[in-house]
Design a binder for this molecule. Structure first.
Ligand code: ADE
Ligand code: ZN
Length: 335
């Protein structure tokens, strides 16, 4: 049997693009402890095991509370470098050759860490990982939607100074009560300045938020999009637009967006002609990186080789790679 005769063989051997990863969500408890010690930060836990034991979430907000608390360990440029390099090393081992990485500057600037400290550390790691592992990355700066639009506008001003290092802007954090339309003006300005646009929508929020992301923000990709399946007209629209959805199976399970992985919407999305991709979201918090997500969802849904291959192709097709690099990456699937 060749490497590609089984779904597991495909997962192990095919190249992958990851389009939905929050770099702060790749902070493993062991590194959180090391960085906290290095920086003299007090964590309200006795050990890395105790941190992991606290990862029992009932919803998105439960997780976000710990996610923002964990960020307090990140202080210096070297911390952001180490964090990013650890994620990229893990991803390269999983066969990820392209990663489009979210970061949350407001989660750092609001506690006194400079925007440049965050961006410089993450960017330096992406440059080194390209040389060391051949993994190319781009950065997407997310606005925290629980904060107001004026705060997002100030963050966009900071990004404009280093626009050569940031390909797009996104929208994350507490979804319900904070529709995409709240950020209409800052997204329009980001588009005018040349950024690509993405937004979390339909993770916990209703289908109307996905409509909003499409029609009010004009996004190039939808992050999650699970609840779009509740609205047939929206599904038809997403299919007609060829819109990429960045789906995160282990995240959905751990945040109770799905009750059971066997009910995960990925198969229904593919059957409806949607361009669904698989991603890790916050791998340190949800129990797995790219290949763990692919394994979990393909075994729970009994996906076939064609479906798993389609998901991986969708990752490259929906990426923000330059057209020639994208065409080469896609051509590799045909051989
Ligand atoms: N920030 C980090 N992970 C997130 C998620 N899954 N949803 C919304 N905001 C996030
Ligand atoms: Zn996310």
């Amino acid at each position: 049997m060749s490497d590609t005769d089984t779904v597991e063989g495909l997962i192990q051997t095919l190249p992958k693009a990851e389009l939905h990863i929050h770099i702060e969500g790749s902070l493993e408890p062991e590194m959180m402890f090391d960085l906290a010690q290095r920086n003299g930060v007090d964590l309200p836990y006795a050990s890395a095991e105790a941190v992991r034991a606290a990862y029992d979430f009932s919803n998105l907000q439960d997780f976000l509370d710990l996610y923002y608390q964990g960020m307090s360990a990140l202080q210096t440029e070297q911390d952001f470098y180490d964090l990013t390099m650890a994620y990229l090393r893990r991803s390269a081992a999983d066969g990820v050759t392209r990663s489009e990485i979210f970061f949350d500057p407001q989660g750092h600037t609001e506690r006194g860490v400079a925007f440049e400290t965050v961006l410089d550390g993450i960017h330096r790691a992406t440059a080194d990982a390209e040389t060391e592992f051949g993994l190319t990355s781009q950065l997407i700066m997310c606005f925290l939607r629980h904060l107001d639009e004026a705060d997002a506008e100030r963050t966009l001003d900071q990004a404009l100074v280093r626009q050569d290092r940031i390909i797009g802007v996104g929208l994350d954090s507490s979804e319900v009560g904070h529709p995409p339309s709240k950020f209409k003006n800052v997204f329009r300005r980001a588009r005018d300045e040349g950024f690509l646009l993405v937004a979390h929508a339909g993770e916990e929020g209703p289908p109307e938020y996905v409509w909003d992301a499409l029609d009010v923000l004009g996004v190039d990709r939808v992050d999650h999009g699970n609840r779009a399946l509740e609205d047939d007209a929206l599904v038809r629209r997403l299919a007609a637009d060829g819109m990429t959805l960045t789906v995160c199976p282990l995240s959905n399970q751990r945040l109770c967006v799905v009750e059971d992985m066997a009910d995960h919407p990925l198969r229904r999305m593919l059957d409806a002609g949607l361009k669904a991709t698989v991603n890790s979201d916050d791998p340190a918090y949800f129990g797995g990186y790219m290949n763990d997500n692919l394994r979990a969802v393909s075994s729970a849904l009994n996906l076939g080789k064609d479906e798993v291959t389609a998901v991986m192709r969708n990752g490259f097709a929906g990426s923000f790679m330059a057209e020639d690099a994208k065409a080469a990456a896609l051509a590799a699937f045909d051989t």
